[in-house]
Structures are given as C-alpha cells and as structure tokens.
Ligand binder design. Structure first.
Ligand SMILES: C[S@@+](CC[C@H](N)C(=O)[O-])C[C@H]1O[C@@H](n2cnc3c(N)ncnc32)[C@H](O)[C@@H]1O
Length: 312
C-alpha cells in the first residue's frame, strides 16, 4: 500500500504550536503524518482525537492508538466533529483542530478505490465505501442538468455541458459507466478541441468535481467549520490545508468573519451556509509550500495553509 507524505509538515506543526498537556483534534488522520509529528512534541498527559471517514485510515489510526494511549480514534465524517469532541468531554478545551482536506495518496493510488483515471478500476470515489452512492451509481441516474452543474461548480469545467451530454448519451446506449478508464475516455472525447494543448489530462476537472459531489465535501467542511469555534479553548487554533479553490475560499471567509463574501457562495448546492461567527481571528496570511517541497511532492503544489485562533 502506498504511503502519504504529509504536506507542509513543518509549517503545520509550527501553526499547531504543540504544548505538553495540549488537546488536539485531527479531522483528517489519513496515515497520521501530521498528527504523529504533533504527538512527538507533547507529553504523556496530552490527548489527541484522530478522525477519518475512510476505513483504511481508521485502521492505521487504530494501529497507532494500540501503542499510544493518548490517541482515541473516531470513524466519522468530520462534519460530526462537534458531537465527537463533546462526547470526549473536550468541548471548549481543544488547543488545535487540524484539517488536511481532500484525498490521501493511498486513496488515489489504489485502483479499486476508483479515484484516479491513471489506473483502471471501478468508478467508486467514496472516501467511505460503506456509505452513500458511488460515482458510478450517481452517474447512472443523475439528470444531465445536475451532472453539468456539478462539473461546472465543483470542477470549474468549461466543457461541462458537452461532457454531461456525452455521459448521458453513453448511458442511453445501455452499458453503465462503471470504470474510471471508461469515464476518462468519454470525457476526453467530449472535451476534445477545448483548452488547446495542456499538460493536464482532460478528465482531471471532471474527476475532481464528481469526487467533491459524491463525498459532499463542501457541505462536510461547512458543518465542521460551524462547530469548531465552540470546541476550541480561547486562543485555540484552527489549522487548515486546502487543495481546492472553493474549499479555500470557504475557509478564508470563515476565518475572516467575512459575511458579505459568503453571499457569493449562495449559488452552490450545499446545505445551509458558512456562517462566520466572528469567533475566529486569522493569525497569518495564507501560506504555500516551498519550491523544494513541491519538487519532491507535486501534491503540495496547490496546498494553501490558513491558521486562525479563537478569540480570547
Ligand atoms: C489529505 S489526507 C490527510 C493526510 C494526513 N494529514 C497525513 O499526514 O497522513 C485526507 C484524509 O481526510 C479524510 N477525509 C476527507 N474528508 C473527510 C470527512 N468529511 N470526514 C472525515 N475524513 C475525511 C480522507 O479520508 C483522507 O484520509
């Protein structure tokens, strides 16, 4: 199984500013790269909650928890972080919440998870394969207009209409679109002639958009952001790495308490709105990974790190 190289590790740990008896929540454990580095810097009476919706990530977290009694593991969506932290008796006392959004390398690299068009596999894309509809199931029944909207809004795909039309035409031919390669070929055919010569595969935006939709990624982020201020201790920090511009915009507006900016998200098909409570103060301008990190780990290229603290 492939490993996950944590992005902007030094910067994230510095932003968390671990202290000996600190209490930390990692909403996106993955393979624990960030959380392990925090655990290395806290004492025996510190505590950490490891959250992930992916059963393989949860298995890795349980493995860690077996040898580290400071860690408790929660197989939930991070939209449920409020209930999780309250049940652990830590509400109002958390020193930092970490979120490293998006997918992990093991998710992308395993063909049977269906996230990548580089390897052929079943068109799944669920971070938790035990919950909700797979990408193939959604594509088998979604109306053309809905597919087009998802591709445009979550993938910023300019050829959204042509791709949605091609998907529905293919579906009408009878065979379900069940594999990643098949979807990639349909998209490449529909998008041909758009965008000129580019190094980016024509299916990149479509795959990203469908993944965001299938996993309700923006709605999840919204629920988590709404819950986090009251979980943090005064001065407690929220440390977020985003890789998608819509997510980063949500985080930025939330941290700044910029209500007017939230109005611009109103057209998005997400339940409710991010309501900036004014409870958070940004601690520094957004940061990006150094060139040398990007050269070693291309995933770091689109990372944006934002940090805010709960008002004291
Ligand atoms: C980029 S990886 C995190 C990697 C981790 N920081 C590390 O260093 O290994 C993102 C992880 O977040 C998880 N994830 C994404 N959205 C989630 C959600 N709404 N609830 C819980 N986990 C989620 C994914 O399953 C994945 O394991």
């Amino acid at each position: 199984m492939s490993n996950h190289v944590p992005v902007m590790l030094e910067e994230v740990v510095a932003a968390v500013a671990p202290r000996a008896q600190g209490r930390y929540v990692d909403c996106t454990f993955g393979r624990g790269g960030h959380l392990r580095a925090v655990l290395d810097r806290i004492g025996p009476s510190g505590r950490a909650l490891a959250i992930d919706r992916d059963p393989q990530a949860v298995a890795a977290a349980r493995e860690l928890a077996r040898s580290d009694p400071r860690v408790s593991v929660h197989h939930v969506r991070f939209g449920e972080v409020g209930a999780c932290v309250r049940a652990a008796g830590l509400a109002g006392g958390v020193d930092a919440v970490m979120m490293d959004l998006g997918v992990s390398s093991p998710q992308l690299d395993q063909p049977d998870r269906g996230f990548s068009f580089l390897n052929d596999g079943p068109l799944d894309m669920r971070m938790d394969p035990g919950a909700g509809a797979s990408a193939a199931e959604w594509l088998a029944s979604a109306p053309e207009r809905e597919i087009e909207r998802v591709l445009r809004e979550f993938g910023e795909e300019r050829a959204a209409r042509r791709i949605a039309r091609a998907i529905v035409a293919e579906r009408r031919r009878g065979a379900p679109i069940a594999s990643t390669r098949r979807l990639a070929a349909i998209v490449a055919g529909a998008a041909r002639g758009r965008g000129g010569r580019t190094r980016v595969h024509p299916a990149t935006r479509t795959f990203q958009a469908i993944r965001v939709h299938v996993n309700e990624e923006l709605a999840e982020l919204e629920r988590a952001l709404a819950a986090i201020p009251e979980l943090l201790a005064p001065g407690g920090r929220l440390v977020v790495l985003a890789f998608h511009s819509l997510e980063d915009r949500m985080v930025k507006r939330f941290m700044r308490g910029d209500d007017s900016a939230c109005a611009r998200l109103r057209h998005l098909p997400i339940a409710g709105r991010v309501r900036p409570t004014g409870a958070m103060t940004p601690l520094m301008p957004a940061r990006r990974a150094h060139q040398r990190e990007i050269a070693a780990n291309p995933r770091a290229r689109s990372a944006v790190l934002r940090v805010a603290e709960r008002r004291r």
